[in-house]
Structure formats: C-alpha cells, structure tokens
Design a protein around this ligand. Structure first.
Ligand code: F6P
Length: 321
C-alpha cells in the first residue's frame, strides 16, 4: 500500500522528526512511503517521490521541513485538485498524512470529498490555534526559542535600565505571548484575548520604578498590532527608555525540543495506524486532555480555538483589565 506525507502552511520544528518517523514506521509495516514536496502546490505539480531510509537518516534534530511547504490558492480550484488526484493515481497513493493548520485540513477534506483520498491531519503550527487540540506540533520549540530570546534581552535591558517590548508571533492567537509572559516573568502582556488598562498598568510600573525596578519586560502578541503603541507608551507615559524586538521567523525554526520530537513520533504513528485501520477517513488527530484522539474536520472547524482560561487567569494581573 502506498502512503504519502506532506507539510502545508507555516512550517514548524517537529515536522522533520515526524517525516522521519513516517518513513521508518511505514517501511516497518511494509508500506510504500512517499514524499509530496512543496505542500499542496507540489501535489498539484506532481512533486511526488518514493521515500527511503536514507532520505531521513540523521535529520531527527533538524528544524523546518525537508519536504518543504507552501500555501496554495490553486488548490481551491477543482481543475487543479483533479490534476493533483491524477498525480497520486500514478503512484497508487490512496492515503495521506498532512501536517499543517486548519486551512490545510479543509483543503484536503474537499479533496477527500472530490476523489475519496483518505487523510489524517496532524496539527502543526507554532500558533497553537487549532480548535479541538490542546497541543500543536512546534509550539514547545517555539516557546523555548522565545524564552531564550527574552532571557538575553532581559540581560541587556537590566544593564541599561530599559524596557524591552518583545513581539511574538501567533497570527490572531495570543498563546505564545501568554505562555512566554508567564514563564519569563514579564511585567506586561498584551494579547488579542484580553482587554488592558494602560493607565493602571502605568501607575503600577511607575510605583515599582520609584521603588527600585530597573527594567521592564513587555510581551506583545503580533495579533494585537499594538507593538509600536506599547513602545511609545512606555517611553513617553511610563518614562523609561524602551527598545522593541520583533522576534519574527526565528520562532519558526530551530532544533526541535525533546517534547516536539516525542509528540511528532506519536502523532505520526497513530495517524498511520488509523489510516491502516479505516478505509475512508478524513480526520485530524488531536491531543486533548493528555490523550490522542481522532476528530472530524467539521469538529475542528466548529469553533474558534480559545486559550485555556487557567492560563489567561495567570496573566490577568499584567493587564489590570
Ligand atoms: O502561522 C504561522 C505563522 O508563523 C504566524 O505566526 C505568522 O503570522 C505567519 O505564519 C507568518 O507567515 P509568513 O511565513 O507567510 O510570513
């Protein structure tokens, strides 16, 4: 049986360990593993190749995705999906493991309805914004990169009695910012999920500065679009010299942490098992309440992801809302 793996949308650490486990586990089961290169774009263009042990040797520790990724507009069109199906037919591929976000899962769900190709989606995005799963692959590595960056920025901020504003990624979701604020001991955390009161925060910070505080760490989620506003407010209202660091794509790379390597192995193993046990499937494997489960695409799309309220509670004191 031929089975393929592809990565789609924003890449993240953990994809390469997942690809390695995919090949090793598929070969162990006497399946024929295939790579679909360049995500949905590559599927349309027939960039499909049989995979061997040698392809995945020595890549457990590498960030990114060796089969690359893309975002595809063409896949919305039936004619291109048909072309993609014909490419799969040439290799006898009937099952796909796809790593990506909910947009990628929706695309393959449509593909499944069109041509009956079975797939299991593995949530993989540093944004951790997919409804139905507590964890998306890549998040732990991203959080550790952010932690390391903030630790370094704090050193120089303290040396200069400055405030630092650190902008984290996450699209519309403040998960990376919330967890980073908690685990870095930040003084300010601005996320789309929480209202904030700059007057009250400012009063407290000024009191603390008068009482000996020498630096301030402010984490701002990119989804708020408020980074410059917070820099200006700290400089002019709070009255502390301020520098901004937009972490950007550094958060998407780097060697996968042990947690992401382990999660990658489990996600992929159970996804293959599921594809072997079920003839027709269009599902997502989620990690919910410390268990792996399979849910429908409809379930994943039924609601917007919400950050655990217990985590939100931990940062409420940083926004004075
Ligand atoms: O979805 C992952 C993500 O890194 C977001 O956090 C960010 O908003 C976006 O992708 C950046 O996209 P691009 O790589 O196209 O600049």
């Amino acid at each position: 049986m031929a089975i393929a793996i592809m990565t789609s949308g924003g890449d993240c650490a953990g994809m390469n360990p997942a690809i390695k486990q995919f090949v090793d586990y598929a070969l162990h089961h006497n399946l024929k593993p295939y790579f679909i290169y360049d995500g949905l774009e590559g599927l349309i263009d027939g960039k499909i190749q049989a995979a061997t042990y040698r392809d995945v040797a020595g890549m457990m520790h590498e960030g990114g995705t060796m089969i690359r990724s893309s975002r595809s507009k063409r896949f919305f069109e039936y004619a291109y999906r048909k072309q993609a199906y014909e490419n799969l037919q040439k290799h006898g591929i009937t099952r796909i493991v796809i790593l990506g976000g909910d947009g990628s899962f929706r695309a393959l769900n449509q593909f499944h309805h069109d041509f009956g190709i079975s797939f299991v989606g593995i949530p993989a995005t540093i944004d951790n914004d997919i409804f139905g799963t507590d964890y998306c692959l890549g998040v732990d590595t991203s959080l550790n990169i952010i932690r390391e960056a903030i630790d370094a920025i704090r050193d120089t901020s303290a040396s200069f009695r400055r405030a630092c504003v650190v902008e984290t990624m996450g699209r519309d979701c403040g998960y990376l910012a919330v967890v980073s604020a908690i685990t870095s001991g930040a003084e300010v955390c601005i996320v789309p999920e929480l209202a904030y009161d700059l007057d009250k925060i400012g009063k407290q910070l000024k009191a603390e500065i008068a009482n000996g505080r020498i630096y301030i760490v402010a984490i701002v989620a990119e989804g708020t679009g408020q980074t410059q506003k917070i820099v200006d407010w700290l400089s002019h209202e709070v009255g502390i010299e301020t520098r901004a660091t937009i972490l950007g794509h550094v958060q998407r790379g780097g060697n996968p942490t042990v947690h992401d390597r382990l999660m990658a192995s489990q996600f992929v193993t159970y996804a293959i098992d599921y594809l072997l046990a079920n003839d027709q499937c269009a599902n997502v494997i989620v990690y919910k309440n410390a268990r792996f489960e399979f849910v429908t695409i409809e379930h994943v799309n039924s609601q917007k992801y919400a950050i655990d309220p217990n985590l939100i509670d931990l940062v409420k004191r940083l926004v004075h809302a």
